[in-house]
Design a binder for this molecule. Structure first.
Ligand code: ADP
Ligand code: ZN
Length: 583
């Protein structure tokens, strides 16, 4: 709306300038054609009664019309008595000629139009350059997207966890009736190109509501207040539609944890963030507006953003596993001519590719096929495209393609999984994967803990064994010299647990029931060695037990690891089936 209005003003201003300018040129052209006569000749004409009319205008020249119809210009004497003289000689006097009036009006219009254009250009430039702009410029793009959940392959869990949001957007009144609180804000986090934007568009598409997309960086201006006013404007527009999805990409640009620096841009960030939070608390549950934000990392966001009533639902969008990759490949091959492609094979080769990277691969292959005027995209095109893409990507990614790395991760995760199955069978291993997470782990094993208020000594020891299972498997299979840093966070957690068991929970021998943190510093220092020794003994014993257990079940370890290398992600049912088949 605002943009269109501006356009109309702009066009009107230009048109006015052109018209006024033409009029002025025409007038001056006409007057340049009128002869000029010295003042004394005019006086002559006056005395001979040949003057019919004189146009008295406040300008250096006045126009004189003779009885014979011709006219000329002469100098303006600027005298007060001229009018009287003229009238006494029966000459008609006109104060302002039409031309003079036209000229004046044209120049006024010309000045106004030029002024308008100058001011609007300056303010536009300022808002771009970040100096000042309180005009609420449109930074969002709105579209009734045609996307739906089928536009996004894989990510089944993420789709599942936003289904209620789609339902809410369709029937907000229903939720109001039940007094149910639906999240106002959702954060999608995960690696770039994994389909966060696509999922947000799909939500809007499924619910058939407008989709407003902005990027956090659009709000960052050096000048304080601009971002905040843009946020308010964005919400105003979305609210005008009643129902809408507002998508803020790169939310970290405004929502990073606050630093101590007090420069302009950080103040601006705070104001923008506050405006966003205020707007979010300002709309009601029954309004049907959802704010979806995307970031590559959840951990760098300001906690204020994540509180209840704000962005309180966090959904990880992970890299696709082999099955999901197969679906993504098929999706992007749709509407493209291909022949004899081994889609399964491409899916296996594209380990650690994001959806966007897969799309890029298919597109490169299509370009190659097109260049060769080939009838179809073939395996050769895919292979060539693959090499160019791999060569063009960062070192980290290419190295992670190494078979060896995949194998280590597979054994590491299989180790966690197997120990968990054997030692804590009631804690269901819901998912094992060798696809890296955004939190930096090479893979992950998810368990569903049982409902227990207390954790006893036996449980804690077994839990530590599950943590140690990853490193133990690495050592057993690849040897002491090939253990990796992959166990970093496992060791961090087990060390913490063991220390707490001995020093805080009264479960150890060296301190008995004494809590170390309650002791005076002198005693804490004196018993440090003793506590350390007991911690070390405990972890060594548990590690030995873990290794022995794995060794006794080495077949199952191999089976799990191999299947992981193949499928990349295993579900609970799949794991159980594998183990049962072997026993
Ligand atoms: P993000 O917002 O996570 O950076 P996008 O949603 O912008 O990623 O994804 C970029 C492109 O990659 C999409 O337009 C789509 O073509 C492709 N893509 C990514 N993930 C998927 C997926 N799961 N299924 C299909 N296409 C995908
Ligand atoms: Zn681990």
């Amino acid at each position: 709306m605002k943009k269109n209005e501006n356009k109309i003003y702009f066009i009107t201003a230009i048109a006015t300038i052109l018209i006024s300018f033409s009029i002025m040129v025409a007038i001056s052209f006409k007057s340049s054609k009128i002869d000029f006569k010295p003042y004394n000749e005019f006086l002559n004409d006056l005395n001979t009664h040949s003057v019919s009319t004189v146009y008295l205008v406040p300008s250096p020249k006045i126009e004189v019309l003779l009885n014979n119809g011709t006219s000329y210009l002469t100098d303006n004497p600027d005298s007060n008595t001229l009018r009287e003289t003229l009238l006494s000689k029966n000459v008609s006097v006109k104060d302002k000629s039409n031309t003079y009036m036209l000229q004046t009006i044209s120049s006024i219009f010309l000045i106004i139009s030029i002024g308008y254009l100058t001011i609007s250009t300056i303010s536009k430039k300022k808002s771009k350059g970040g100096i000042s702009s309180l005009n609420t410029e449109d930074v969002s793009s709105v579209a009734k997207e045609k996307f739906n959940f089928n536009s996004l392959a894989g990510n089944e869990e993420a789709k599942e966890s936003v289904k209620d949001i789609v339902d809410y957007l369709k029937f907000p009144e229903k939720y109001k009736k039940y007094g149910a609180r639906v999240p106002k804000g959702v954060i999608l986090y995960g690696d770039p190109g994994t389909g966060k934007t696509l999922l947000a568009k799909a939500i809007a598409g499924e619910a058939n509501v407008p989709f407003y997309a902005v990027s956090g960086s659009d709000f960052i201006q050096v000048y304080v207040g601009v971002g905040a006013s843009r946020v308010r404007n964005l919400f105003k527009k979305a609210k005008a539609h009643k129902k809408a999805v507002i998508f803020i990409d790169e939310i970290d640009a405004i929502g990073k944890k606050r630093s101590n620096s007090t420069n302009g841009s950080s103040e601006e960030k705070d104001q923008t963030l506050n405006a966003l939070l205020t707007e979010m608390s300002g709309f009601n549950e029954d309004e049907g507006i959802i704010v979806i934000a995307a970031t590559n990392r959840l951990d760098i966001l300001d906690p204020a953003l994540l509180r209840p009533g704000r962005f309180d639902r966090h959904i990880e969008i992970g890299l696709p596993d082999v099955t999901a990759r197969e679906k993504i490949i098929s999706l992007h091959l749709k509407n493209k001519p291909f022949n004899d492609l081994n889609i399964k094979d491409i899916a296996i080769k594209t380990a650690y590719f994001s959806g966007a990277k897969i799309e890029n691969l298919i597109n490169e292959a299509a370009i190659l096929a097109c260049k060769e005027s080939s009838d179809f995209i073939t395996n050769e095109h895919i292979d060539t495209a693959f090499s160019t893409i791999i060569a063009g990507h960062e070192k980290i990614n290419t190295s992670s393609f190494k078979y060896e790395d995949k194998k280590i991760t597979a054994y590491h995760e299989a180790g966690h999984c197997l120990i968990s199955l054997l030692e804590l069978p009631k804690e269901k291993v819901s998912k094992v994967s060798i696809i890296p997470t955004t939190k930096g782990a090479g893979g992950y094993t998810l368990t569903l803990p049982t409902d227990k208020s207390y954790q006893n000594l036996e449980y804690l020891s077994k839990k530590i064994m599950v943590f140690l299972g990853g490193r133990a498997a690495e050592e057993l299979i690849f040897g002491k010299n090939h253990i990796t840093t992959g166990a970093y966070s496992d060791l961090k957690q087990s060390s913490n647990m063991i220390y707490n068991m001995i020093a805080e929970y009264g479960m150890g021998k060296s301190l008995g029931l004494l809590r170390l943190s309650e002791m005076p510093t002198s005693i804490q220092n004196a018993s440090a060695k003793m506590v350390l020794d007991e911690c070390k003994d405990t972890i060594d014993t548990l590690y030995f037990k873990t290794k022995t257990l794995l060794l006794d079940n080495i077949d199952n370890l191999n089976i799990l690891a191999n299947e992981l290398m193949d499928k990349e992600t295993l579900s609970y049912d799949c794991i159980l089936k594998l183990i049962e088949q072997n026993n």
